[in-house]
Design a binder for this molecule. Structure first.
Ligand SMILES: NC(=O)c1ccc[n+]([C@@H]2O[C@H](COP(=O)([O-])OP(=O)(O)OC[C@H]3O[C@@H](n4cnc5c(N)ncnc54)[C@H](O)[C@@H]3O)[C@@H](O)[C@H]2O)c1
Length: 473
Protein backbone atom coordinates (compact mmCIF):
# COMPACT_ATOMS: atom_id res chain seq x y z
CA UNK A 1 0.00 0.00 0.00
CA UNK A 2 2.79 2.36 1.00
CA UNK A 3 4.90 1.63 -2.02
CA UNK A 4 2.01 1.96 -4.47
CA UNK A 5 1.19 5.42 -3.14
CA UNK A 6 4.81 6.49 -3.12
CA UNK A 7 5.17 5.30 -6.68
CA UNK A 8 2.09 7.22 -7.70
CA UNK A 9 3.18 10.41 -5.94
CA UNK A 10 6.63 10.23 -7.53
CA UNK A 11 5.03 9.70 -10.92
CA UNK A 12 2.65 12.59 -10.43
CA UNK A 13 5.45 14.87 -9.28
CA UNK A 14 7.66 13.85 -12.19
CA UNK A 15 4.84 14.39 -14.65
CA UNK A 16 4.21 17.82 -13.18
CA UNK A 17 7.81 18.83 -13.89
CA UNK A 18 7.17 18.55 -17.61
CA UNK A 19 3.87 20.35 -17.62
CA UNK A 20 3.73 23.55 -19.61
CA UNK A 21 2.59 26.63 -17.70
CA UNK A 22 -1.17 26.82 -17.17
CA UNK A 23 -1.84 23.27 -18.34
CA UNK A 24 -4.93 22.08 -16.52
CA UNK A 25 -4.76 18.66 -14.92
CA UNK A 26 -8.10 17.31 -13.90
CA UNK A 27 -8.15 16.48 -10.20
CA UNK A 28 -8.57 12.79 -11.17
CA UNK A 29 -5.14 12.79 -12.85
CA UNK A 30 -3.45 13.71 -9.61
CA UNK A 31 -5.20 11.36 -7.25
CA UNK A 32 -2.85 10.24 -4.48
CA UNK A 33 -3.73 6.59 -4.41
CA UNK A 34 -6.29 4.01 -3.47
CA UNK A 35 -9.25 5.37 -1.59
CA UNK A 36 -8.43 3.55 1.64
CA UNK A 37 -4.77 4.55 1.67
CA UNK A 38 -3.36 6.82 4.37
CA UNK A 39 -2.49 10.38 3.43
CA UNK A 40 0.72 11.47 5.12
CA UNK A 41 0.71 15.08 6.18
CA UNK A 42 3.19 17.68 7.39
CA UNK A 43 2.43 21.06 8.92
CA UNK A 44 4.41 24.26 8.51
CA UNK A 45 3.64 26.59 11.40
CA UNK A 46 2.25 25.22 14.65
CA UNK A 47 0.70 28.31 16.21
CA UNK A 48 -2.88 28.99 17.29
CA UNK A 49 -4.56 28.15 13.98
CA UNK A 50 -2.49 25.03 13.32
CA UNK A 51 -3.68 23.70 16.65
CA UNK A 52 -7.30 24.33 15.64
CA UNK A 53 -6.68 22.51 12.36
CA UNK A 54 -4.87 19.68 14.14
CA UNK A 55 -7.92 19.02 16.31
CA UNK A 56 -9.66 18.14 13.05
CA UNK A 57 -6.69 16.44 11.35
CA UNK A 58 -6.46 13.80 14.08
CA UNK A 59 -10.16 13.05 13.65
CA UNK A 60 -10.14 12.53 9.89
CA UNK A 61 -9.79 8.82 9.06
CA UNK A 62 -6.73 7.92 7.00
CA UNK A 63 -4.83 11.12 7.75
CA UNK A 64 -1.46 10.59 9.41
CA UNK A 65 0.62 13.54 10.59
CA UNK A 66 4.32 12.77 10.08
CA UNK A 67 6.20 16.03 10.48
CA UNK A 68 5.86 19.57 11.79
CA UNK A 69 8.02 22.58 11.02
CA UNK A 70 8.03 25.64 13.25
CA UNK A 71 10.85 28.08 13.86
CA UNK A 72 9.94 28.14 17.56
CA UNK A 73 11.32 25.15 19.51
CA UNK A 74 8.58 25.60 22.08
CA UNK A 75 5.92 24.93 19.41
CA UNK A 76 7.89 21.99 18.02
CA UNK A 77 7.76 20.43 21.45
CA UNK A 78 4.04 21.14 21.78
CA UNK A 79 3.44 19.55 18.37
CA UNK A 80 5.25 16.36 19.34
CA UNK A 81 3.23 16.14 22.56
CA UNK A 82 -0.09 16.94 20.90
CA UNK A 83 0.24 14.42 18.09
CA UNK A 84 1.71 11.74 20.33
CA UNK A 85 -1.41 11.87 22.46
CA UNK A 86 -3.36 10.90 19.32
CA UNK A 87 -0.92 8.15 18.30
CA UNK A 88 0.97 10.12 15.60
CA UNK A 89 4.77 10.11 15.85
CA UNK A 90 5.92 13.38 14.32
CA UNK A 91 9.42 14.56 13.47
CA UNK A 92 9.93 18.27 14.03
CA UNK A 93 12.03 20.78 12.10
CA UNK A 94 12.95 24.43 12.30
CA UNK A 95 13.42 24.92 8.57
CA UNK A 96 10.83 23.80 6.02
CA UNK A 97 13.50 23.12 3.38
CA UNK A 98 15.17 20.57 5.59
CA UNK A 99 11.79 19.03 6.34
CA UNK A 100 10.88 18.74 2.66
CA UNK A 101 14.25 17.21 1.87
CA UNK A 102 14.33 14.69 4.69
CA UNK A 103 10.63 13.80 4.69
CA UNK A 104 10.09 13.86 0.94
CA UNK A 105 9.19 10.18 0.74
CA UNK A 106 7.02 10.32 3.86
CA UNK A 107 4.76 13.24 2.99
CA UNK A 108 1.92 13.53 0.49
CA UNK A 109 0.36 16.82 1.56
CA UNK A 110 1.29 19.88 3.63
CA UNK A 111 -0.86 22.17 5.75
CA UNK A 112 0.61 25.68 5.79
CA UNK A 113 -0.42 27.75 8.84
CA UNK A 114 2.38 30.30 9.10
CA UNK A 115 1.86 34.09 9.15
CA UNK A 116 0.43 35.40 5.86
CA UNK A 117 3.70 36.79 4.47
CA UNK A 118 5.28 33.28 4.36
CA UNK A 119 2.36 31.51 2.64
CA UNK A 120 3.71 31.98 -0.87
CA UNK A 121 7.22 30.75 -0.11
CA UNK A 122 5.98 27.78 1.89
CA UNK A 123 3.10 26.74 -0.37
CA UNK A 124 5.12 27.11 -3.59
CA UNK A 125 8.10 25.14 -2.24
CA UNK A 126 5.75 22.33 -1.19
CA UNK A 127 3.95 22.24 -4.54
CA UNK A 128 7.26 22.25 -6.37
CA UNK A 129 8.29 19.30 -4.19
CA UNK A 130 5.19 17.48 -5.47
CA UNK A 131 2.98 17.95 -2.39
CA UNK A 132 -0.66 18.97 -2.33
CA UNK A 133 -1.18 22.02 -0.12
CA UNK A 134 -3.86 23.28 2.24
CA UNK A 135 -2.83 26.86 2.96
CA UNK A 136 -4.46 29.14 5.46
CA UNK A 137 -6.09 32.39 4.40
CA UNK A 138 -5.26 35.20 3.63
CA UNK A 139 -3.50 33.68 0.63
CA UNK A 140 -0.88 36.36 1.07
CA UNK A 141 -0.64 39.89 2.41
CA UNK A 142 0.83 40.87 -1.00
CA UNK A 143 -1.16 40.40 -4.17
CA UNK A 144 1.83 39.55 -6.34
CA UNK A 145 2.63 36.66 -3.99
CA UNK A 146 -0.96 35.39 -4.11
CA UNK A 147 -0.70 35.49 -7.92
CA UNK A 148 2.54 33.52 -7.79
CA UNK A 149 0.82 30.83 -5.69
CA UNK A 150 -1.85 30.47 -8.40
CA UNK A 151 0.78 30.24 -11.14
CA UNK A 152 2.83 27.62 -9.30
CA UNK A 153 -0.33 25.61 -8.65
CA UNK A 154 -1.07 25.53 -12.37
CA UNK A 155 2.52 24.74 -13.31
CA UNK A 156 2.90 21.89 -10.84
CA UNK A 157 -0.62 20.49 -11.13
CA UNK A 158 -0.76 20.09 -7.35
CA UNK A 159 -3.91 20.84 -5.38
CA UNK A 160 -4.00 24.15 -3.51
CA UNK A 161 -6.90 24.69 -1.15
CA UNK A 162 -7.07 28.06 0.67
CA UNK A 163 -8.46 28.08 4.19
CA UNK A 164 -11.70 30.01 3.71
CA UNK A 165 -13.46 27.24 5.59
CA UNK A 166 -16.99 28.68 5.29
CA UNK A 167 -16.89 27.47 1.68
CA UNK A 168 -17.14 23.86 2.93
CA UNK A 169 -19.40 24.44 5.92
CA UNK A 170 -22.69 22.59 5.28
CA UNK A 171 -24.73 25.41 6.90
CA UNK A 172 -23.22 27.96 4.53
CA UNK A 173 -23.49 25.62 1.54
CA UNK A 174 -27.18 24.99 2.33
CA UNK A 175 -27.80 28.73 2.54
CA UNK A 176 -25.84 29.69 -0.58
CA UNK A 177 -27.17 26.81 -2.66
CA UNK A 178 -30.81 26.78 -1.48
CA UNK A 179 -31.90 29.50 0.96
CA UNK A 180 -30.48 32.52 -0.88
CA UNK A 181 -31.56 31.51 -4.40
CA UNK A 182 -34.97 30.13 -3.42
CA UNK A 183 -36.10 32.33 -0.54
CA UNK A 184 -34.50 35.78 -0.62
CA UNK A 185 -35.63 37.08 -4.00
CA UNK A 186 -33.25 39.53 -5.61
CA UNK A 187 -30.40 40.22 -3.16
CA UNK A 188 -29.27 43.82 -3.48
CA UNK A 189 -27.43 44.30 -0.21
CA UNK A 190 -25.19 42.55 2.25
CA UNK A 191 -23.78 43.51 5.60
CA UNK A 192 -21.16 41.82 7.73
CA UNK A 193 -19.19 42.68 10.79
CA UNK A 194 -16.53 41.23 13.03
CA UNK A 195 -16.24 43.20 16.22
CA UNK A 196 -13.65 42.23 18.81
CA UNK A 197 -12.56 43.70 22.10
CA UNK A 198 -9.34 45.59 22.37
CA UNK A 199 -6.46 43.23 23.03
CA UNK A 200 -3.00 44.33 24.11
CA UNK A 201 0.02 43.13 22.15
CA UNK A 202 0.88 39.49 22.87
CA UNK A 203 3.90 38.91 25.04
CA UNK A 204 5.47 35.68 26.26
CA UNK A 205 8.15 34.96 28.83
CA UNK A 206 10.39 32.98 26.48
CA UNK A 207 10.13 33.99 22.84
CA UNK A 208 12.53 32.42 20.29
CA UNK A 209 16.11 33.68 20.46
CA UNK A 210 16.75 36.92 18.58
CA UNK A 211 19.19 35.07 16.30
CA UNK A 212 16.31 32.82 15.17
CA UNK A 213 13.98 35.80 14.70
CA UNK A 214 16.64 37.60 12.65
CA UNK A 215 17.14 34.53 10.46
CA UNK A 216 13.41 34.28 9.70
CA UNK A 217 12.61 37.96 9.16
CA UNK A 218 11.16 39.20 12.47
CA UNK A 219 12.72 42.36 13.89
CA UNK A 220 11.89 41.49 17.50
CA UNK A 221 9.56 39.30 19.61
CA UNK A 222 6.81 41.92 19.39
CA UNK A 223 6.68 41.62 15.59
CA UNK A 224 6.93 37.86 15.71
CA UNK A 225 4.04 37.48 18.17
CA UNK A 226 1.88 40.27 16.73
CA UNK A 227 2.64 39.88 13.04
CA UNK A 228 -0.96 40.77 12.01
CA UNK A 229 -0.35 44.43 12.86
CA UNK A 230 2.80 44.83 10.74
CA UNK A 231 2.56 45.32 6.98
CA UNK A 232 5.62 43.21 6.27
CA UNK A 233 3.94 40.18 7.79
CA UNK A 234 0.18 40.74 7.76
CA UNK A 235 -2.52 43.23 6.85
CA UNK A 236 -4.43 44.17 10.01
CA UNK A 237 -8.04 43.33 10.81
CA UNK A 238 -9.27 43.59 7.24
CA UNK A 239 -6.90 40.90 5.99
CA UNK A 240 -7.21 38.79 9.12
CA UNK A 241 -10.98 38.71 9.60
CA UNK A 242 -12.41 40.59 6.62
CA UNK A 243 -10.91 38.00 4.30
CA UNK A 244 -13.47 35.41 5.48
CA UNK A 245 -16.47 37.68 5.18
CA UNK A 246 -15.67 39.55 1.94
CA UNK A 247 -15.36 36.08 0.43
CA UNK A 248 -19.01 35.54 1.48
CA UNK A 249 -20.07 38.80 -0.21
CA UNK A 250 -18.49 37.59 -3.45
CA UNK A 251 -20.19 34.20 -3.14
CA UNK A 252 -23.60 35.80 -2.57
CA UNK A 253 -23.30 38.43 -5.29
CA UNK A 254 -21.97 35.94 -7.83
CA UNK A 255 -19.38 38.44 -9.09
CA UNK A 256 -16.33 40.13 -7.56
CA UNK A 257 -16.76 43.80 -6.60
CA UNK A 258 -16.38 46.76 -8.93
CA UNK A 259 -15.21 49.20 -6.25
CA UNK A 260 -14.40 49.60 -2.58
CA UNK A 261 -14.39 52.73 -0.44
CA UNK A 262 -12.85 52.32 2.98
CA UNK A 263 -11.77 54.25 6.02
CA UNK A 264 -9.60 52.82 8.76
CA UNK A 265 -8.22 53.63 12.19
CA UNK A 266 -5.10 52.41 13.91
CA UNK A 267 -3.89 55.10 16.25
CA UNK A 268 -6.38 55.08 19.12
CA UNK A 269 -4.90 52.30 21.21
CA UNK A 270 -1.39 51.57 20.06
CA UNK A 271 0.91 53.82 18.08
CA UNK A 272 3.00 50.72 17.33
CA UNK A 273 0.34 49.07 15.15
CA UNK A 274 1.12 49.75 11.49
CA UNK A 275 -2.03 48.17 10.08
CA UNK A 276 -5.65 49.21 10.63
CA UNK A 277 -7.36 47.62 13.60
CA UNK A 278 -10.70 49.21 12.59
CA UNK A 279 -12.06 49.40 9.08
CA UNK A 280 -15.45 50.42 7.72
CA UNK A 281 -16.01 50.02 4.02
CA UNK A 282 -18.52 49.74 1.22
CA UNK A 283 -18.16 47.41 -1.73
CA UNK A 284 -20.11 47.97 -4.91
CA UNK A 285 -20.92 45.06 -7.22
CA UNK A 286 -21.85 45.50 -10.88
CA UNK A 287 -23.95 42.60 -12.09
CA UNK A 288 -23.80 41.19 -15.62
CA UNK A 289 -26.98 43.15 -16.52
CA UNK A 290 -25.31 46.42 -15.41
CA UNK A 291 -27.34 46.88 -12.22
CA UNK A 292 -25.51 47.51 -8.95
CA UNK A 293 -25.55 45.92 -5.50
CA UNK A 294 -23.86 47.25 -2.38
CA UNK A 295 -22.32 45.60 0.68
CA UNK A 296 -21.19 47.26 3.88
CA UNK A 297 -18.43 45.77 6.01
CA UNK A 298 -17.14 46.66 9.44
CA UNK A 299 -14.28 45.10 11.39
CA UNK A 300 -13.40 46.53 14.80
CA UNK A 301 -10.70 45.52 17.23
CA UNK A 302 -11.87 48.09 19.75
CA UNK A 303 -15.19 46.77 21.06
CA UNK A 304 -16.88 43.40 20.63
CA UNK A 305 -20.47 44.67 20.70
CA UNK A 306 -22.59 42.78 18.17
CA UNK A 307 -19.99 40.08 17.55
CA UNK A 308 -19.58 38.65 14.09
CA UNK A 309 -22.03 37.53 11.42
CA UNK A 310 -22.99 38.03 7.79
CA UNK A 311 -26.36 39.26 6.55
CA UNK A 312 -27.83 39.11 3.06
CA UNK A 313 -30.84 41.26 2.22
CA UNK A 314 -33.24 40.24 -0.52
CA UNK A 315 -36.50 41.84 -1.50
CA UNK A 316 -38.48 38.90 -0.02
CA UNK A 317 -36.37 37.77 2.94
CA UNK A 318 -33.04 38.23 4.71
CA UNK A 319 -30.51 35.69 5.90
CA UNK A 320 -28.33 36.17 8.99
CA UNK A 321 -25.63 33.55 9.39
CA UNK A 322 -22.42 33.17 11.38
CA UNK A 323 -19.83 30.46 11.71
CA UNK A 324 -21.00 30.02 15.29
CA UNK A 325 -24.74 29.29 15.13
CA UNK A 326 -25.56 31.30 18.24
CA UNK A 327 -24.18 34.44 16.53
CA UNK A 328 -26.35 34.28 13.44
CA UNK A 329 -29.04 31.81 12.48
CA UNK A 330 -32.20 33.27 10.98
CA UNK A 331 -34.06 33.52 7.73
CA UNK A 332 -36.42 36.46 8.10
CA UNK A 333 -39.37 37.07 5.86
CA UNK A 334 -39.82 40.66 4.74
CA UNK A 335 -43.37 41.07 5.91
CA UNK A 336 -43.74 44.56 4.54
CA UNK A 337 -43.38 43.42 0.94
CA UNK A 338 -46.97 43.75 -0.21
CA UNK A 339 -45.98 43.59 -3.90
CA UNK A 340 -44.45 40.14 -4.22
CA UNK A 341 -43.76 39.00 -0.64
CA UNK A 342 -44.18 35.41 0.48
CA UNK A 343 -47.63 34.28 1.56
CA UNK A 344 -48.03 32.28 4.78
CA UNK A 345 -48.57 29.15 2.68
CA UNK A 346 -45.43 29.73 0.64
CA UNK A 347 -43.39 30.32 3.80
CA UNK A 348 -44.76 27.12 5.35
CA UNK A 349 -43.75 25.37 2.12
CA UNK A 350 -40.08 26.24 2.79
CA UNK A 351 -40.40 24.57 6.20
CA UNK A 352 -42.05 21.51 4.65
CA UNK A 353 -39.27 21.29 2.06
CA UNK A 354 -36.60 21.43 4.78
CA UNK A 355 -35.02 24.77 3.88
CA UNK A 356 -35.76 26.27 7.29
CA UNK A 357 -37.00 25.00 10.63
CA UNK A 358 -40.28 26.04 12.21
CA UNK A 359 -39.62 29.31 14.00
CA UNK A 360 -41.10 32.22 15.79
CA UNK A 361 -42.75 33.55 12.68
CA UNK A 362 -46.23 32.96 14.06
CA UNK A 363 -45.27 35.52 16.70
CA UNK A 364 -45.04 38.22 14.09
CA UNK A 365 -44.35 41.50 15.79
CA UNK A 366 -46.19 44.52 14.52
CA UNK A 367 -43.65 47.24 15.01
CA UNK A 368 -46.09 49.65 16.59
CA UNK A 369 -44.63 51.85 19.30
CA UNK A 370 -47.36 52.81 21.72
CA UNK A 371 -46.17 56.31 22.38
CA UNK A 372 -46.02 57.59 18.82
CA UNK A 373 -48.57 57.68 16.05
CA UNK A 374 -47.82 54.86 13.63
CA UNK A 375 -46.36 55.71 10.29
CA UNK A 376 -47.66 53.41 7.58
CA UNK A 377 -44.10 52.93 6.33
CA UNK A 378 -43.16 51.17 9.57
CA UNK A 379 -43.33 47.53 8.64
CA UNK A 380 -43.93 44.44 10.66
CA UNK A 381 -40.82 42.50 11.65
CA UNK A 382 -40.40 38.78 11.34
CA UNK A 383 -38.38 37.09 14.07
CA UNK A 384 -37.27 34.56 11.53
CA UNK A 385 -36.82 30.84 11.23
CA UNK A 386 -33.60 28.95 12.04
CA UNK A 387 -31.49 27.50 9.24
CA UNK A 388 -32.30 23.81 8.97
CA UNK A 389 -28.73 22.52 8.60
CA UNK A 390 -26.41 22.34 11.59
CA UNK A 391 -22.65 21.72 11.62
CA UNK A 392 -21.93 19.11 14.24
CA UNK A 393 -18.15 19.03 13.97
CA UNK A 394 -15.33 21.60 14.28
CA UNK A 395 -15.74 24.51 11.86
CA UNK A 396 -12.55 23.73 9.88
CA UNK A 397 -13.11 20.01 9.56
CA UNK A 398 -15.35 19.95 6.45
CA UNK A 399 -12.85 22.13 4.56
CA UNK A 400 -9.96 19.78 5.43
CA UNK A 401 -12.16 16.79 4.55
CA UNK A 402 -12.90 18.38 1.18
CA UNK A 403 -9.13 18.84 0.63
CA UNK A 404 -8.33 15.23 1.47
CA UNK A 405 -11.25 13.96 -0.63
CA UNK A 406 -9.78 15.95 -3.53
CA UNK A 407 -6.36 14.37 -2.85
CA UNK A 408 -7.81 10.86 -2.63
CA UNK A 409 -10.42 10.68 -5.29
CA UNK A 410 -10.67 13.89 -7.20
CA UNK A 411 -13.48 15.67 -5.31
CA UNK A 412 -13.69 19.28 -6.46
CA UNK A 413 -11.94 21.72 -4.10
CA UNK A 414 -14.34 24.17 -2.49
CA UNK A 415 -11.76 26.97 -2.33
CA UNK A 416 -9.13 26.52 -5.02
CA UNK A 417 -6.43 29.14 -5.47
CA UNK A 418 -8.10 31.17 -8.24
CA UNK A 419 -11.26 31.59 -6.19
CA UNK A 420 -9.33 32.74 -3.12
CA UNK A 421 -7.35 35.09 -5.36
CA UNK A 422 -10.57 37.01 -6.12
CA UNK A 423 -11.22 37.71 -2.46
CA UNK A 424 -7.54 38.57 -1.87
CA UNK A 425 -7.81 41.23 -4.61
CA UNK A 426 -10.97 42.64 -3.01
CA UNK A 427 -9.69 42.57 0.57
CA UNK A 428 -6.21 44.00 0.03
CA UNK A 429 -7.70 46.90 -1.94
CA UNK A 430 -9.71 48.01 1.12
CA UNK A 431 -6.45 48.81 2.95
CA UNK A 432 -5.28 50.77 -0.12
CA UNK A 433 -8.54 52.73 -0.19
CA UNK A 434 -8.23 53.51 3.53
CA UNK A 435 -4.62 54.63 3.03
CA UNK A 436 -5.41 56.92 0.12
CA UNK A 437 -8.87 58.08 1.24
CA UNK A 438 -10.00 57.29 -2.29
CA UNK A 439 -12.42 54.82 -3.82
CA UNK A 440 -10.53 51.94 -5.40
CA UNK A 441 -12.10 50.88 -8.71
CA UNK A 442 -11.56 47.33 -9.98
CA UNK A 443 -11.43 46.22 -13.59
CA UNK A 444 -12.73 42.70 -14.30
CA UNK A 445 -9.22 41.63 -15.35
CA UNK A 446 -7.88 42.56 -11.88
CA UNK A 447 -9.45 39.34 -10.63
CA UNK A 448 -7.60 37.17 -13.15
CA UNK A 449 -4.11 35.98 -12.25
CA UNK A 450 -1.60 37.86 -14.42
CA UNK A 451 1.28 36.03 -16.13
CA UNK A 452 4.58 36.08 -14.24
CA UNK A 453 6.38 39.38 -14.92
CA UNK A 454 9.01 38.71 -17.61
CA UNK A 455 11.94 39.99 -15.59
CA UNK A 456 11.20 37.75 -12.61
CA UNK A 457 12.35 34.15 -12.81
CA UNK A 458 10.11 31.62 -11.06
CA UNK A 459 11.19 31.74 -7.42
CA UNK A 460 12.77 28.39 -6.55
CA UNK A 461 13.04 27.15 -3.00
CA UNK A 462 16.59 27.84 -1.79
CA UNK A 463 18.72 24.86 -0.82
CA UNK A 464 18.26 23.53 2.68
CA UNK A 465 20.75 24.93 5.16
CA UNK A 466 23.37 22.73 6.76
CA UNK A 467 21.85 21.01 9.79
CA UNK A 468 22.28 23.17 12.88
CA UNK A 469 23.53 21.86 16.18
CA UNK A 470 20.57 20.63 18.24
CA UNK A 471 19.20 23.50 20.33
CA UNK A 472 17.50 23.23 23.67
CA UNK A 473 13.74 23.78 23.64
N1 LIG B 1 -9.13 30.00 8.89
C1 LIG B 1 -9.23 30.61 10.05
O1 LIG B 1 -10.30 30.69 10.64
C2 LIG B 1 -8.00 31.21 10.67
C3 LIG B 1 -8.02 31.63 12.01
C4 LIG B 1 -6.83 32.14 12.56
C5 LIG B 1 -5.69 32.26 11.79
N2 LIG B 1 -5.71 31.85 10.47
C6 LIG B 1 -4.50 31.96 9.64
O2 LIG B 1 -3.56 30.97 10.06
C7 LIG B 1 -2.23 31.47 9.90
C8 LIG B 1 -1.49 31.38 11.25
O3 LIG B 1 -2.15 32.21 12.17
P1 LIG B 1 -1.99 31.94 13.75
O4 LIG B 1 -3.10 32.66 14.41
O5 LIG B 1 -1.85 30.49 14.01
O6 LIG B 1 -0.60 32.68 14.03
P2 LIG B 1 0.42 32.33 15.21
O7 LIG B 1 1.32 33.50 15.34
O8 LIG B 1 -0.31 31.85 16.40
O9 LIG B 1 1.23 31.08 14.65
C9 LIG B 1 2.17 31.17 13.60
C10 LIG B 1 3.20 30.08 13.79
O10 LIG B 1 4.07 30.08 12.66
C11 LIG B 1 5.41 29.97 13.11
N3 LIG B 1 6.28 30.57 12.11
C12 LIG B 1 6.47 31.89 11.83
N4 LIG B 1 7.31 32.03 10.78
C13 LIG B 1 7.65 30.76 10.39
C14 LIG B 1 8.50 30.25 9.38
N5 LIG B 1 9.17 31.05 8.55
N6 LIG B 1 8.61 28.90 9.28
C15 LIG B 1 7.96 28.07 10.13
N7 LIG B 1 7.16 28.51 11.12
C16 LIG B 1 7.00 29.84 11.25
C17 LIG B 1 5.44 30.69 14.45
O11 LIG B 1 6.51 30.24 15.27
C18 LIG B 1 4.08 30.32 15.03
O12 LIG B 1 4.14 29.14 15.80
C19 LIG B 1 -2.38 32.89 9.37
O13 LIG B 1 -2.28 32.88 7.98
C20 LIG B 1 -3.79 33.28 9.77
O14 LIG B 1 -4.35 34.25 8.93
C21 LIG B 1 -6.83 31.33 9.92
Amino acid sequence: MESSRRGFMKGAAAAATFLPSFSILSAKDITIGPKDDDINVALIGFGAEAKVLSESLVRIPGVRVRAVCDIWKFEQQRARGFFKSYGHEVKTYEDYREMLEKEDKNIDAVVVATPDWMHCEHACACMRAGKHVYCEKEMSNRLELAAEMCRVQKETGRLLQIGHQRRSNPRYRHCFEKVIPQMLGRVTNAYAQWNRSLLPFNTVKKPPKQSVLDKYGYKNPEQFLNWRWFYKHGGGSMVDLGSHQIDMFIWAMGVPPSSVTAIGGKDAFSPRREAYDRVMCIYEFTLPDGTKNEAYYQVLSSNARGGFYEQFMGEKAALTIAEITARGNAVQRDLGNSVNGWTNEEWRGFIDRGLILPGADDKIKKDTPKDVSVDTRITALSEGNPISVELNKPAHMPHLENFFAACRHGEKLNCPAELAYESAVAVLAANVSADTHKTHYFKPEDFKVPPRPAATPAPAAPAAPAPAAPAKA
